[in-house]
Design a binder for this molecule. Structure first.
Ligand SMILES: C[S@@+](CC[C@H](N)C(=O)[O-])C[C@H]1O[C@@H](n2cnc3c(N)ncnc32)[C@H](O)[C@@H]1O
Length: 272
């Protein structure tokens, strides 16, 4: 695992606290990846980086027998409470994963490995011949409003002008933004018949029960995600300024009593 994002510690905890909002944000593109697996009745499916288990439950609802693997104990606690799958604390890049599985799915859990070829070779060693693969991973940050809108709104206040986007291939949310990077990685790891499709779906940006949709979006943005990480240790005054700037932007995205932001992800499919 990369140390850039501390999934075993604070980031896993943050995600566990905001599962409601994260599921709404990741759900629309994540569902496209589940649909790509077709009929799952009776199949053993591995959910890589299953987090709080929302997708593991969705796979189980389609008749699959699901193993969810993750390294965050906080997220696995939430997943186990919700049930419907066998959840294992495992580094998916190296630990036994309970195979052989008939299919592998991952919603935004593929891009955090330090050595992705080794990790995806290991995962392939845990599947049966011809197993199906479906990976959902973000396209570029500029195409994902959940990342670009808050960062733009806070840029002047937090002096983020010189913050450079990590290059594709760096473990992180946009590490697999380019097929020219991820396709060779998966091929070298032994996956075949690869294809990918960009799926664009608006997603709700919200948490909590404030009656004002803009305030729910502001709360979400300040608590979890890329901007929240830039706000760590900043003064209450600066945070208040950022919150005001976010309010000024989010109201433009309100629809049906919620803020919706554009999301765009690759759905990558293949065979083991
Ligand atoms: C962006 S979150 C997505 C979580 C979940 N798939 C979802 O869609 O809600 C990435 C997940 O990958 C997990 N993860 C990161 N590195 C991992 C590794 N080496 N092995 C297993 N899980 C890992 C994190 O703990 C986190 O739950």
């Amino acid at each position: 695992m990369s140390d850039t994002i501390d999934w075993r510690g604070s980031v896993g905890k943050e995600w566990a606290d905001k599962v409601d909002g994260l599921d709404l944000l990741l759900g629309p593109t994540g569902d496209a990846g589940i649909e790509a697996l077709g009929d799952l009745s009776g199949k053993c499916v591995l959910d890589v980086g299953c987090g709080a288990g929302t997708t593991s439950r969705a796979l189980a609802a389609r008749g699959a027998i699901v193993t969810g693997a993750d390294i965050s104990s906080d997220l696995l606690d939430v997943a186990r409470e919700r049930g419907h799958a066998n959840y294992i604390m495992a580094d998916a890049s190296a630990d036994p994963l309970g195979g052989p599985h008939d299919a592998v799915y991952s919603r935004c859990g593929a891009m955090f490995f330090d050595d992705p070829v080794a990790a995806w070779s290991h995962i392939r060693s845990e599947v049966s011949k011809n197993a199906d693969l479906s990976i959902v991973c973000w396209c570029a940050a500029k195409e994902n409003g959940w990342a670009s809108i808050p960062m733009h709104a806070a840029r002047d206040i937090l002096e983020l002008h010189n913050v450079k986007q990590a290059p594709v291939g760096t473990p992180g949310p946009f590490g697999w933004a380019d097929p020219a990077y991820f396709a060779p990685v998966l091929e070298q790891a032994g996956w075949r018949d690869l294809s990918w499709e960009a799926v664009e779906r608006p997603a709700m940006f919200t948490t909590g029960d404030n009656p004002d949709p803009v305030e729910r979006a502001v709360e979400f943005t300040l608590r979890v995600g890329i901007l929240a990480r830039h706000l760590k240790g900043k003064s209450p005054e600066l945070r208040a300024k950022v919150a005001n700037s976010l309010r000024g932007v989010f109201h433009k995205y309100v629809e049906d009593d919620a803020v919706y932001v554009p999301t765009k992800a690759w759905v990558i499919t293949g065979k083991g």
